[in-house]
Design a protein around this ligand. Sequence first.
Ligand code: SF4
Length: 119
Amino acid sequence: MEKLTNRVCEMLAKYESNGMFQSELWKKLKLSSRDGSRLALKLERTGIINREKLLEKGRWTYKLILKKTPISTQSIENAPCLICPVEQKCSLDGEISPRTCQWIDEWVTADLKKPKVSQ
Ligand code: SF4
């Protein structure tokens, strides 16, 4: 059940606040609409998703929206601060500062040169 919940969260996270039609999600997860609806109700009760009732092609259905989008750690991958030997002495207004840090500068520059992969 936890694995299925994680998969639902991963899929819904891609749609952010736009949400996803539940029928679309059930198809991707190969769930029957009965099992899918039960799961959606459960996720709503536990506060993981919101269900928004909508009229789609003349039929009532639900859009499922993840309440909290998980934060990706991708943006801080390889950040020099994570392994910095002088991190304790670093502050915005200090002598050692991210404003003048060469490691930060190199890291940001290297990241900007990376080809962007669309999701
Ligand atoms: S900004 Fe530079 S000096 Fe400061 S913690 Fe990060 S890597 Fe270290």
